[in-house]
Design a protein. Structure first.
Length: 344
């Protein structure tokens, strides 16, 4: 209302200036509806109409004044349109970011449930700590295999963001789908690899994974790795030996997987983790020799060995606390840990 009153006042007291303001109105609307090109075109048209109107007046505009009016109209249309374009692009970017964050949160909840599913003859515990910046593709799965076997997989996708989370979600779903049909860790990893390549082709966005399968019927623990750190024993932190890690998933049709197994005595246990634990970076200026110092295998071994006989839940909790403390509370990568111990 106040703008309308101002416009009328200008027209009544300064007819020339009032006409200029009124002729600028279509320029503003043209910029709003049709962008910068529409604003400039409307400005040219408005300037032309203004010139015609000025010829009808008793004192027609001189050439220089007419040129000034033309430039003014076009400039107003261009500036307003550019501002509106920027606002529209910014609004679209914000909306896309909100949608992506919503999808990432949903995928992260699916990739890392709040707790590991409990299975017969096993005590299980899990932990997930997100990275300080971005969303990575760490995941774990505890699933039922054939003949009451338990399948545990911990995996990680190279990179961060929505694409990494999508790939992790697909691999996790494939593993959960195939787990009821095989308790062979190599076979399970190979099936997930085939599904991933069939869906997305060979890619540099690969997935590493470590898989263990426990059969309570004969107390047998089998394990395999696709480019992932091997699990470590729950009471002394030494890695499970006897197997060479195969290729990560998604980079070749053949994973070149190898399997190892042993009798899993009552009370024995293992810990699976992503490289967010072993590669947690020290906070510079404290106990680190450099900002590049990593948590490393030796610290993992010492932490686990110091908790000999502890419940999986405490081992997972202490490892997470130590990694967080070592990095000064600023983890550079997602941290996922799953620990299990055979019941007596």
């Amino acid at each position: 209302m106040s703008l309308a009153v101002l416009a009328v006042t200008v027209v009544l007291h300064e007819p020339g200036l009032g006409l200029t303001c009124l002729y600028s109105v279509p320029t503003l609307f043209g910029a709003y509806w049709f962008g910068w090109a529409g604003g400039v075109a409307t400005g040219v048209a408005g300037a032309g109409l203004f010139l015609i109107g000025s010829e009808i007046e008793t004192r027609p505009l001189e050439g220089a004044a007419a040129l000034v009016r033309l430039v003014t109209f076009c400039l107003v249309g261009f500036v307003v349109a550019r501002l509106l374009d920027q606002r529209t692009k910014l609004t679209a970017t914000v909306r896309e970011t909100e949608v992506e964050l919503s999808q990432l949160r949903g995928m992260q909840d699916a990739l890392t449930p709040p707790a590991a599913s409990q299975r017969p003859s096993l005590s299980l515990a899990s932990s997930f700590e997100p990275a300080q910046d971005g969303v990575a593709g760490d995941f774990f799965i505890v699933a039922e295999g054939p003949a009451d076997a338990t399948i545990v997989v911990v995996g990680d996708v190279v990179g961060k963001g929505l694409e990494a989370a999508r790939r992790a979600s697909f691999v996790r779903t494939a593993l959960a789908t195939f787990a009821p049909f095989t308790d062979n860790p190599c076979r399970l990893l190979e099936m997930a690899n085939t599904s991933l390549i069939e869906r997305a082709g060979v890619s540099e966005v690969f997935v590493t994974a470590a898989c263990v399968a426990y059969r309570p019927s004969d107390r047998c623990l089998a394990w395999a790795s696709a480019g992932h750190p091997l699990p470590v024993r729950l009471d002394d932190g030494t890695p499970l030996n006897g197997v060479r890690p195969g290729l990560p998933l998604g980079i070749d049709l053949d994973v070149h997987c190898a399997i190892a197994e042993e009798r899993f005595a009552a009370g024995a246990g293992v810990v699976l983790f992503t490289d967010g634990l072993s590669e947690a970076r020290a906070k510079a200026g404290e106990r680190a020799q450099s900002a590049a110092e990593l948590f490393g295998d030796d610290r993992i071994r010492a932490a686990v060995e110091g908790l000999r006989g502890a419940e999986p839940s405490r081992v997972v909790e202490e490892l997470t606390r130590e990694a967080r403390r070592f990095s000064g509370g600023a983890l550079s990568d997602d941290l996922c840990i799953v620990a299990l111990r055979a019941a007596a």
